[in-house]
Design a protein around this ligand. Sequence first.
Ligand code: FSO
Length: 433
Amino acid sequence: MERLEMFCYQCSQTARGTGCTVKGVCGKEPTVARLQDNLIYAIKGMSAYLYHARELGYTDTEIDAFLEKAFYTTFTNVNFDAESLVQLALEAGKMNLKTMELLNKAHIKTYGEPEPTKVQTGTAKGRGIIVTGHGLKAIEELLKQTEGTGINVYTHSEMLPAHGYPGLKKYKHLSGNLGKAWFDQKKLFAEYPVAILATSNCALIPKEEYKDRMFTTGPVRLPGVRHIDGYDFTPVIEKAKSLPELEEKTGDIVLTTGFSKSVILSLAEKIKKLVENGKIKHFFLVGGCDSPVGRGNYYTEFVKLLPKDTVVLTLACGKFRFNDLELGDIEGIPRLIDLGQCNDAIVAIEIASALAELFGVGVNELPLTLSLSWMEQKAVVILWSLLAIGIKGIYLGPILPAWVNDDILKVLTDNYDIKLIGNPVEDIKAMLA
Ligand code: FSO
Protein backbone atom coordinates (compact mmCIF):
# COMPACT_ATOMS: atom_id res chain seq x y z
CA MET A 1 0.00 0.00 0.00
CA GLU A 2 1.17 3.51 -0.72
CA ARG A 3 2.41 5.40 2.33
CA LEU A 4 1.79 9.01 3.05
CA GLU A 5 4.90 10.51 4.50
CA MET A 6 4.71 13.77 6.41
CA PHE A 7 2.93 16.09 3.99
CA CYS A 8 4.71 19.33 3.28
CA TYR A 9 2.38 22.26 3.71
CA GLN A 10 4.99 24.67 2.49
CA CYS A 11 4.79 23.81 -1.17
CA SER A 12 1.90 21.31 -0.86
CA GLN A 13 3.11 19.42 -3.90
CA THR A 14 5.60 17.05 -2.40
CA ALA A 15 5.65 14.78 0.60
CA ARG A 16 8.29 16.02 3.00
CA GLY A 17 8.59 16.17 6.73
CA THR A 18 10.12 18.78 8.93
CA GLY A 19 13.46 17.04 8.40
CA CYS A 20 13.46 18.17 4.77
CA THR A 21 16.89 19.23 3.70
CA VAL A 22 16.37 19.40 -0.05
CA LYS A 23 14.82 21.99 -2.27
CA GLY A 24 11.10 21.36 -2.62
CA VAL A 25 9.32 21.62 -5.95
CA CYS A 26 8.58 25.15 -4.91
CA GLY A 27 12.28 25.74 -5.55
CA LYS A 28 12.77 27.39 -2.17
CA GLU A 29 15.13 26.35 0.61
CA PRO A 30 12.88 24.99 3.36
CA THR A 31 14.05 27.42 6.02
CA VAL A 32 10.85 27.14 8.04
CA ALA A 33 11.24 23.35 8.23
CA ARG A 34 14.87 23.78 9.24
CA LEU A 35 13.94 26.24 11.98
CA GLN A 36 11.42 23.69 13.23
CA ASP A 37 14.27 21.15 13.37
CA ASN A 38 16.35 23.65 15.28
CA LEU A 39 13.51 24.08 17.79
CA ILE A 40 13.04 20.31 18.11
CA TYR A 41 16.75 19.83 18.84
CA ALA A 42 16.70 22.66 21.36
CA ILE A 43 13.74 21.26 23.28
CA LYS A 44 15.24 17.77 23.18
CA GLY A 45 18.32 19.16 24.91
CA MET A 46 16.24 21.02 27.46
CA SER A 47 14.11 17.91 28.14
CA ALA A 48 17.24 15.94 29.03
CA TYR A 49 18.19 18.48 31.71
CA LEU A 50 14.62 18.57 33.00
CA TYR A 51 14.59 14.77 33.19
CA HIS A 52 17.68 14.69 35.41
CA ALA A 53 16.28 17.48 37.64
CA ARG A 54 13.01 15.56 38.02
CA GLU A 55 14.97 12.42 38.97
CA LEU A 56 16.18 14.39 41.99
CA GLY A 57 12.71 15.73 42.79
CA TYR A 58 12.95 19.17 41.13
CA THR A 59 10.28 20.29 38.64
CA ASP A 60 8.95 23.53 37.19
CA THR A 61 5.51 23.94 35.65
CA GLU A 62 6.56 26.99 33.60
CA ILE A 63 9.20 24.89 31.81
CA ASP A 64 6.67 22.09 31.28
CA ALA A 65 4.22 24.58 29.73
CA PHE A 66 6.89 25.95 27.41
CA LEU A 67 7.83 22.46 26.22
CA GLU A 68 4.18 21.76 25.44
CA LYS A 69 3.88 24.95 23.39
CA ALA A 70 7.19 24.42 21.60
CA PHE A 71 6.41 20.81 20.64
CA TYR A 72 2.99 21.85 19.34
CA THR A 73 4.65 24.55 17.25
CA THR A 74 6.70 21.93 15.46
CA PHE A 75 3.60 20.45 13.78
CA THR A 76 4.17 20.58 10.06
CA ASN A 77 1.12 22.75 9.57
CA VAL A 78 0.89 25.14 12.47
CA ASN A 79 3.64 27.73 12.07
CA PHE A 80 5.00 28.94 8.74
CA ASP A 81 6.61 32.07 10.07
CA ALA A 82 10.42 31.95 10.13
CA GLU A 83 10.74 35.06 12.29
CA SER A 84 8.50 33.65 15.02
CA LEU A 85 10.44 30.36 14.95
CA VAL A 86 13.65 32.30 15.61
CA GLN A 87 11.87 34.06 18.49
CA LEU A 88 10.74 30.67 19.82
CA ALA A 89 14.33 29.40 19.68
CA LEU A 90 15.35 32.40 21.79
CA GLU A 91 12.47 31.67 24.16
CA ALA A 92 13.71 28.08 24.33
CA GLY A 93 17.15 29.46 25.18
CA LYS A 94 15.69 31.54 28.03
CA MET A 95 13.68 28.60 29.30
CA ASN A 96 16.78 26.45 29.13
CA LEU A 97 18.56 28.89 31.45
CA LYS A 98 15.77 28.21 33.93
CA THR A 99 16.12 24.47 33.32
CA MET A 100 19.89 24.47 33.82
CA GLU A 101 19.40 26.53 37.01
CA LEU A 102 16.89 23.97 38.22
CA LEU A 103 19.27 21.07 37.54
CA ASN A 104 22.19 22.94 39.11
CA LYS A 105 20.06 23.53 42.21
CA ALA A 106 19.02 19.85 42.24
CA HIS A 107 22.66 18.71 42.03
CA ILE A 108 23.92 21.13 44.70
CA LYS A 109 21.05 20.53 47.15
CA THR A 110 21.48 16.78 46.77
CA TYR A 111 25.26 16.39 46.56
CA GLY A 112 26.72 19.70 47.79
CA GLU A 113 28.55 22.30 45.71
CA PRO A 114 31.45 20.80 43.68
CA GLU A 115 34.98 21.39 44.90
CA PRO A 116 38.19 21.19 42.85
CA THR A 117 39.16 17.52 42.81
CA LYS A 118 42.01 15.61 41.26
CA VAL A 119 40.84 12.55 39.38
CA GLN A 120 43.10 9.61 38.70
CA THR A 121 42.99 7.93 35.31
CA GLY A 122 43.83 4.27 34.79
CA THR A 123 42.68 1.31 36.84
CA ALA A 124 42.90 0.16 40.44
CA LYS A 125 43.23 -3.52 41.33
CA GLY A 126 39.86 -5.22 41.55
CA ARG A 127 36.57 -5.64 39.69
CA GLY A 128 34.96 -2.62 38.18
CA ILE A 129 31.96 -0.84 36.69
CA ILE A 130 32.23 2.04 34.20
CA VAL A 131 29.41 4.59 34.32
CA THR A 132 28.83 6.79 31.28
CA GLY A 133 26.34 9.60 30.65
CA HIS A 134 25.04 12.51 32.70
CA GLY A 135 22.85 10.79 35.34
CA LEU A 136 24.19 11.68 38.81
CA LYS A 137 21.23 10.03 40.56
CA ALA A 138 22.10 6.72 38.85
CA ILE A 139 25.78 6.86 39.82
CA GLU A 140 24.87 7.81 43.40
CA GLU A 141 22.59 4.78 43.74
CA LEU A 142 25.23 2.54 42.20
CA LEU A 143 27.89 3.88 44.58
CA LYS A 144 25.63 3.16 47.56
CA GLN A 145 24.94 -0.36 46.37
CA THR A 146 28.58 -1.19 45.59
CA GLU A 147 29.99 0.16 48.86
CA GLY A 148 31.96 -2.55 50.65
CA THR A 149 31.77 -5.00 47.73
CA GLY A 150 35.34 -4.37 46.57
CA ILE A 151 34.03 -3.16 43.18
CA ASN A 152 35.59 0.04 41.87
CA VAL A 153 33.38 2.53 40.02
CA TYR A 154 34.91 4.47 37.12
CA THR A 155 33.45 7.49 35.36
CA HIS A 156 33.46 7.99 31.61
CA SER A 157 32.97 11.18 29.56
CA GLU A 158 30.27 13.51 31.01
CA MET A 159 30.30 11.56 34.29
CA LEU A 160 33.77 12.97 35.12
CA PRO A 161 32.33 15.95 37.11
CA ALA A 162 30.70 13.48 39.55
CA HIS A 163 34.11 13.33 41.27
CA GLY A 164 33.77 16.97 42.38
CA TYR A 165 30.51 16.62 44.37
CA PRO A 166 31.03 16.04 48.13
CA GLY A 167 28.02 13.71 48.23
CA LEU A 168 29.61 11.48 45.58
CA LYS A 169 33.35 11.84 46.16
CA LYS A 170 32.84 10.60 49.72
CA TYR A 171 32.60 7.09 48.23
CA LYS A 172 36.20 5.90 48.24
CA HIS A 173 35.49 3.33 45.54
CA LEU A 174 34.67 6.13 43.06
CA SER A 175 38.04 5.24 41.65
CA GLY A 176 38.82 7.39 38.67
CA ASN A 177 38.05 8.25 35.06
CA LEU A 178 38.57 6.14 31.96
CA GLY A 179 38.46 7.23 28.33
CA LYS A 180 37.55 10.54 26.78
CA ALA A 181 34.41 11.88 25.06
CA TRP A 182 31.36 9.70 24.34
CA PHE A 183 32.46 8.37 20.95
CA ASP A 184 35.37 6.29 22.29
CA GLN A 185 32.92 3.85 23.94
CA LYS A 186 33.38 0.94 21.54
CA LYS A 187 37.14 0.90 21.97
CA LEU A 188 37.10 1.64 25.70
CA PHE A 189 34.38 -0.81 26.70
CA ALA A 190 35.99 -3.59 24.67
CA GLU A 191 39.34 -2.89 26.34
CA TYR A 192 38.26 -3.22 30.00
CA PRO A 193 36.48 -6.43 31.13
CA VAL A 194 34.11 -4.63 33.51
CA ALA A 195 30.35 -4.07 33.77
CA ILE A 196 29.10 -0.90 32.06
CA LEU A 197 26.14 1.32 32.94
CA ALA A 198 24.79 3.92 30.48
CA THR A 199 22.71 6.62 32.18
CA SER A 200 21.82 9.15 29.47
CA ASN A 201 22.10 10.14 25.82
CA CYS A 202 25.34 9.60 23.93
CA ALA A 203 25.22 5.82 24.42
CA LEU A 204 26.48 3.94 21.37
CA ILE A 205 25.07 0.67 20.04
CA PRO A 206 27.45 -1.84 21.63
CA LYS A 207 29.82 -4.27 20.03
CA GLU A 208 28.94 -7.95 20.35
CA GLU A 209 31.98 -8.55 22.55
CA TYR A 210 30.75 -6.49 25.50
CA LYS A 211 26.99 -6.16 25.15
CA ASP A 212 26.34 -8.94 27.72
CA ARG A 213 28.14 -6.87 30.35
CA MET A 214 26.47 -3.59 29.43
CA PHE A 215 23.31 -2.21 31.11
CA THR A 216 21.12 0.81 30.49
CA THR A 217 18.96 2.85 32.84
CA GLY A 218 16.62 5.83 32.64
CA PRO A 219 15.77 6.84 29.07
CA VAL A 220 18.52 4.74 27.46
CA ARG A 221 17.77 1.53 25.54
CA LEU A 222 20.24 -0.38 23.38
CA PRO A 223 19.59 -3.50 21.29
CA GLY A 224 20.54 -6.70 23.11
CA VAL A 225 21.43 -4.78 26.29
CA ARG A 226 19.64 -5.41 29.60
CA HIS A 227 17.66 -2.43 30.89
CA ILE A 228 17.34 -1.60 34.59
CA ASP A 229 14.04 0.04 35.48
CA GLY A 230 14.50 2.20 38.54
CA TYR A 231 17.68 2.16 40.59
CA ASP A 232 18.19 -1.43 41.74
CA PHE A 233 21.52 -2.20 40.12
CA THR A 234 21.89 -5.75 41.49
CA PRO A 235 22.26 -7.26 37.97
CA VAL A 236 25.07 -4.80 37.15
CA ILE A 237 26.85 -5.64 40.41
CA GLU A 238 26.41 -9.39 39.93
CA LYS A 239 27.83 -9.08 36.41
CA ALA A 240 30.82 -7.09 37.69
CA LYS A 241 31.47 -9.79 40.32
CA SER A 242 31.51 -12.47 37.62
CA LEU A 243 34.22 -10.70 35.62
CA PRO A 244 37.99 -10.88 36.15
CA GLU A 245 39.81 -8.39 38.35
CA LEU A 246 41.61 -5.49 36.73
CA GLU A 247 45.26 -4.98 37.48
CA GLU A 248 46.53 -1.79 39.10
CA LYS A 249 47.59 0.39 36.18
CA THR A 250 47.72 4.04 37.07
CA GLY A 251 47.27 6.41 34.14
CA ASP A 252 49.86 9.05 33.27
CA ILE A 253 47.32 11.82 33.53
CA VAL A 254 45.57 13.26 36.56
CA LEU A 255 42.52 15.35 35.65
CA THR A 256 41.06 18.16 37.74
CA THR A 257 37.34 18.90 37.84
CA GLY A 258 34.82 20.47 40.24
CA PHE A 259 35.27 24.24 39.95
CA SER A 260 31.99 25.68 41.20
CA LYS A 261 30.63 29.21 41.07
CA SER A 262 31.52 29.76 44.76
CA VAL A 263 35.11 28.61 44.23
CA ILE A 264 35.63 30.97 41.29
CA LEU A 265 33.83 33.89 42.92
CA SER A 266 35.96 33.47 46.05
CA LEU A 267 38.90 34.25 43.71
CA ALA A 268 37.14 37.15 41.97
CA GLU A 269 39.08 39.99 43.65
CA LYS A 270 42.38 38.25 42.94
CA ILE A 271 41.34 37.68 39.32
CA LYS A 272 40.39 41.36 39.03
CA LYS A 273 43.85 42.44 40.25
CA LEU A 274 45.60 40.04 37.88
CA VAL A 275 43.58 41.42 34.98
CA GLU A 276 44.28 45.03 36.00
CA ASN A 277 48.00 44.27 36.35
CA GLY A 278 48.04 42.71 32.88
CA LYS A 279 48.91 39.27 34.23
CA ILE A 280 45.70 37.76 32.88
CA LYS A 281 45.01 39.12 29.39
CA HIS A 282 42.05 37.08 28.29
CA PHE A 283 39.57 34.35 29.27
CA PHE A 284 38.26 31.71 26.91
CA LEU A 285 35.28 29.44 27.35
CA VAL A 286 36.11 26.39 25.24
CA GLY A 287 33.71 23.48 25.45
CA GLY A 288 30.52 21.95 24.14
CA CYS A 289 29.68 18.54 22.78
CA ASP A 290 32.68 16.85 21.20
CA SER A 291 32.32 15.58 17.67
CA PRO A 292 33.96 12.57 16.05
CA VAL A 293 33.56 14.28 12.68
CA GLY A 294 34.88 17.60 11.50
CA ARG A 295 38.07 19.09 12.88
CA GLY A 296 37.65 18.10 16.54
CA ASN A 297 41.41 18.37 17.08
CA TYR A 298 41.07 22.09 16.31
CA TYR A 299 40.28 22.55 20.01
CA THR A 300 43.44 20.68 21.07
CA GLU A 301 45.55 22.89 18.84
CA PHE A 302 43.65 25.97 19.90
CA VAL A 303 44.21 25.45 23.64
CA LYS A 304 47.86 24.45 23.13
CA LEU A 305 48.48 27.67 21.20
CA LEU A 306 46.93 30.04 23.73
CA PRO A 307 49.36 32.53 25.30
CA LYS A 308 50.41 31.81 28.89
CA ASP A 309 48.63 34.89 30.22
CA THR A 310 45.20 33.48 29.32
CA VAL A 311 42.75 31.29 31.25
CA VAL A 312 40.48 28.58 29.80
CA LEU A 313 37.12 27.77 31.33
CA THR A 314 35.62 24.56 30.04
CA LEU A 315 32.61 22.26 30.34
CA ALA A 316 30.90 19.31 28.62
CA CYS A 317 32.65 16.48 26.77
CA GLY A 318 34.43 18.83 24.34
CA LYS A 319 37.03 19.34 27.10
CA PHE A 320 38.47 15.85 26.55
CA ARG A 321 40.26 17.35 23.55
CA PHE A 322 42.57 19.27 25.93
CA ASN A 323 41.89 18.53 29.61
CA ASP A 324 45.00 16.35 29.75
CA LEU A 325 47.24 19.35 28.95
CA GLU A 326 49.39 20.79 31.72
CA LEU A 327 48.56 24.50 31.47
CA GLY A 328 49.84 25.47 34.91
CA ASP A 329 48.56 28.53 36.76
CA ILE A 330 48.83 32.31 36.93
CA GLU A 331 49.78 33.22 40.51
CA GLY A 332 47.58 30.45 41.88
CA ILE A 333 44.71 30.80 39.39
CA PRO A 334 44.61 27.58 37.33
CA ARG A 335 44.82 28.19 33.60
CA LEU A 336 42.37 25.33 32.94
CA ILE A 337 39.14 25.45 34.93
CA ASP A 338 36.68 22.58 34.46
CA LEU A 339 33.20 23.76 35.44
CA GLY A 340 31.53 20.39 34.85
CA GLN A 341 28.89 18.94 32.55
CA CYS A 342 27.25 20.73 29.62
CA ASN A 343 24.36 21.76 31.91
CA ASP A 344 26.93 23.61 34.04
CA ALA A 345 26.97 26.20 31.26
CA ILE A 346 24.70 28.01 33.71
CA VAL A 347 27.66 28.22 36.10
CA ALA A 348 29.82 29.74 33.34
CA ILE A 349 27.07 32.28 32.60
CA GLU A 350 26.72 33.20 36.27
CA ILE A 351 30.50 33.58 36.65
CA ALA A 352 30.70 35.77 33.52
CA SER A 353 27.84 37.96 34.81
CA ALA A 354 29.48 38.30 38.24
CA LEU A 355 32.85 39.22 36.68
CA ALA A 356 31.15 41.74 34.38
CA GLU A 357 29.56 43.34 37.42
CA LEU A 358 32.88 43.38 39.27
CA PHE A 359 34.60 45.09 36.32
CA GLY A 360 31.63 47.43 35.81
CA VAL A 361 31.13 46.39 32.16
CA GLY A 362 28.68 44.32 30.12
CA VAL A 363 29.45 40.62 29.50
CA ASN A 364 30.34 41.41 25.87
CA GLU A 365 32.95 43.93 27.08
CA LEU A 366 34.77 41.37 29.23
CA PRO A 367 38.09 40.05 27.90
CA LEU A 368 36.26 36.78 27.20
CA THR A 369 35.75 34.75 24.02
CA LEU A 370 33.52 31.72 23.69
CA SER A 371 34.51 28.95 21.29
CA LEU A 372 32.01 26.12 21.28
CA SER A 373 31.77 22.70 19.72
CA TRP A 374 28.17 22.99 18.51
CA MET A 375 26.71 19.79 17.22
CA GLU A 376 24.38 17.94 19.56
CA GLN A 377 20.94 18.77 20.94
CA LYS A 378 22.16 20.02 24.31
CA ALA A 379 24.79 22.27 22.74
CA VAL A 380 22.10 23.54 20.37
CA VAL A 381 19.86 24.81 23.15
CA ILE A 382 22.82 26.18 25.13
CA LEU A 383 23.80 28.34 22.17
CA TRP A 384 20.26 29.77 22.09
CA SER A 385 20.55 30.43 25.85
CA LEU A 386 23.73 32.42 25.24
CA LEU A 387 22.13 34.33 22.36
CA ALA A 388 19.02 34.99 24.46
CA ILE A 389 21.08 36.83 27.09
CA GLY A 390 22.75 38.92 24.40
CA ILE A 391 26.19 37.28 24.16
CA LYS A 392 27.77 38.08 20.83
CA GLY A 393 30.81 37.04 18.83
CA ILE A 394 30.73 33.31 19.72
CA TYR A 395 32.92 31.03 17.58
CA LEU A 396 31.32 27.74 16.48
CA GLY A 397 32.78 24.50 15.11
CA PRO A 398 33.88 21.96 14.13
CA ILE A 399 30.83 21.34 11.93
CA LEU A 400 27.37 22.88 11.78
CA PRO A 401 24.16 20.92 12.41
CA ALA A 402 22.49 19.72 9.19
CA TRP A 403 19.57 22.13 9.31
CA VAL A 404 21.70 25.26 9.32
CA ASN A 405 21.35 26.67 5.80
CA ASP A 406 22.67 29.97 4.50
CA ASP A 407 19.54 31.86 5.61
CA ILE A 408 19.84 30.63 9.20
CA LEU A 409 23.58 31.24 9.26
CA LYS A 410 22.93 34.78 8.04
CA VAL A 411 20.54 35.41 10.95
CA LEU A 412 23.19 34.08 13.36
CA THR A 413 26.04 36.10 11.87
CA ASP A 414 24.11 39.33 11.23
CA ASN A 415 22.29 39.47 14.55
CA TYR A 416 24.72 37.75 16.90
CA ASP A 417 28.09 38.13 15.20
CA ILE A 418 28.51 34.32 15.22
CA LYS A 419 31.78 33.27 13.61
CA LEU A 420 32.89 29.87 12.35
CA ILE A 421 36.22 28.46 13.46
CA GLY A 422 39.02 28.60 10.92
CA ASN A 423 42.73 28.36 11.52
CA PRO A 424 43.51 28.30 15.28
CA VAL A 425 46.48 30.69 14.90
CA GLU A 426 44.41 33.23 12.98
CA ASP A 427 41.40 32.77 15.25
CA ILE A 428 43.44 33.40 18.40
CA LYS A 429 44.96 36.50 16.81
CA ALA A 430 41.47 37.80 16.00
CA MET A 431 40.09 36.94 19.43
CA LEU A 432 42.92 38.74 21.23
CA ALA A 433 42.89 41.75 18.94
FE1 FSO B 1 28.79 15.41 25.33
FE2 FSO B 1 26.78 13.84 24.76
FE3 FSO B 1 26.96 16.78 27.45
FE4 FSO B 1 26.13 16.35 24.71
S1 FSO B 1 28.37 13.43 26.22
S2 FSO B 1 27.66 15.25 23.51
S3 FSO B 1 24.27 16.42 23.57
O1 FSO B 1 25.55 14.90 25.60
O2 FSO B 1 25.91 17.48 26.12
O3 FSO B 1 28.64 16.95 26.53
